[in-house]
Design a protein around this ligand. Structure first.
Ligand SMILES: *Cc1c(COP(=O)(O)O)cnc(C)c1O
Length: 417
């Protein structure tokens, strides 16, 4: 990409932008929450809409001059409604965590009990971490995966819900590779009189692309980030049934936020427009096919994949259990070869969060670059070489060269197209 004015006015920032471009082009990106946005999304983010204050909502702003801004926000809302079949959409949340804060504020009182997926088994910080607002302000009761299946057991969730009587059930994850049974979650929520809130931050794109079941019809409220599989700008949105519309809108503004970022909302509209096209369904199907191919290839090399495989874009690999390599060692070795992953706890991990047993891998970014199943075999070979020779500097340098050569065959859309 060219940034002629940054180059002229601010060489220090320019140099950083170019180095990050090179890193993104020359590396293999397997971080499950990352993706590459299109040039159109980048352009909308870089637009003059950043100049405008627009506190409030379309037609009801606290500042004048919002007639154009109202149109872009309404366009984003309409496209999101079309993508997910939502009754009401708020596109203003600045990111996933503040979106979730707004949902808690809209539905709960401080101290109320929330049933959420255990954090060390795949839940997100905002689902009850003790240092996060969610863990500080609310009472959290976790549900877990079964020890044998490493999959959520819905009878167990029901038993915990009946015992704990939560005010809200939170269904969602950052590190879980199996499908969620939304219908059963609805039935359990109804049985105990709880709200059902789904956080689909990781899988929104796979739902929009019609590859995974859509929870919107089953849930009172659904939140999602827009920058993961949905492949939009860094941000979030909240979808809900009409009866919660006013509470959700008030919780976002003035509850949690001031002025919305309308340049980002314009970029969300662009990304939703892209996701409405048939090509996005092809993309989403390929993301899952690639994840399955990568899981298979790694399993054939003796790596243990948690729960035996994946139904979505991500997987957890039990590095320590299968190869006696810790997550931290693995992350470092792979980083030295230009392969980006993150260390991650696996269910019932005996090790600590800063050096856990596992790593998390995902295929959304590589799939955006055009990688197919056969390329996942190459990725598995490169990973295995890096991990096996993690203490051999010369070998790691050699793998680094092969990673770069592989990556450069696949253009990064936002940078090169
Ligand atoms: C990524 C994620 C979020 C938070 O998103 P940020 O934009 O990083 O605040 C929330 N919930 C889940 C399940 C996530 O995976």
């Amino acid at each position: 990409m060219n940034y002629p004015n940054v180059a002229k006015e601010d060489p220090a920032v320019y140099e950083i932008l170019k180095r990050e471009e090179a890193r993104e082009r020359e590396g293999i990106e397997l971080i499950a929450s990352e993706n590459y946005v299109s040039r159109a999304v980048l352009e909308a983010m870089g637009s003059v809409l950043t100049n405008k204050y627009s506190e409030g909502y379309p037609g009801k702003r606290y500042y004048g001059g919002n007639e154009v801004i109202d149109e872009v926000e309404n366009l984003a809302i309409r496209r999101a409604q079309e993508l997910f079949g939502a009754e009401h959409v708020n596109v203003q949340p600045l990111s996933g965590s503040p979106a979730n804060l707004a949902v808690y504020m809209a539905l709960l009182q401080p101290g109320d009990k929330v049933l959420g997926f255990s954090l060390d088994q795949g839940g997100h910080l905002s689902h009850g971490h003790p240092l996060n607002f969610s863990g500080k302000l609310y009472t959290i009761a976790p549900y877990f995966v079964g020890k044998e299946t490493e999959t959520i057991d819905m009878d167990e969730v029901e038993a915990i819900a009946l015992r704990e009587r939560p005010r809200m059930i939170l269904a969602g994850f950052s590190a879980y590779s199996r499908s969620f049974d939304w219908k059963r979650f609805r039935a359990i929520a109804d049985k105990v009189g709880a709200y059902l809130f789904a956080d689909i931050a990781h899988i929104a794109g796979l739902i929009a692309g019609k590859q995974l079941e859509n929870p919107v019809p089953f849930c009172d409220v659904v939140s999602t980030t827009t920058h993961k599989t949905l492949r939009g700008p860094r941000g979030a949105m909240i979808m809900c049934k009409e009866q919660f519309a006013s509470a959700i809108d008030k919780a976002v503004f003035p509850g949690v936020q001031g002025g919305p970022h309308e340049h980002i909302i314009a970029a969300k509209a662009v990304a939703y427009g892209e996701a409405l096209r048939p090509e996005f369904q092809t993309y989403s199907a390929q993301v899952i096919a690639n994840a399955r191919a990568l899981a298979d290839a790694l399993q054939k090399k003796g790596y243990r994949v948690v729960s035996g495989g994946t139904d979505n874009h991500l997987m957890l690999v039990d590095l320590f259990g299968s190869k006696e390599i810790t997550g931290k060692e693995g992350e470092k070795a792979l980083e030295r070869t230009g392969i980006s992953i993150n260390k991650n706890m696996i269910p019932f991990d005996a090790r600590k969060p800063m050096d856990p047993s596992g790593i998390r891998l995902g295929t959304p970014a590589l799939t955006t670059r055009g990688c197919k199943e056969s390329d996942m075999q190459t990725v598995a070979d490169l990973m295995d070489d890096a991990l096996a020779h993690r203490n051999d500097d010369a070998k790691l340098a050699e793998v680094r060269g092969r990673v770069r050569e592989f990556a450069l065959k696949f253009p990064v859309p936002g940078i090169e197209a």
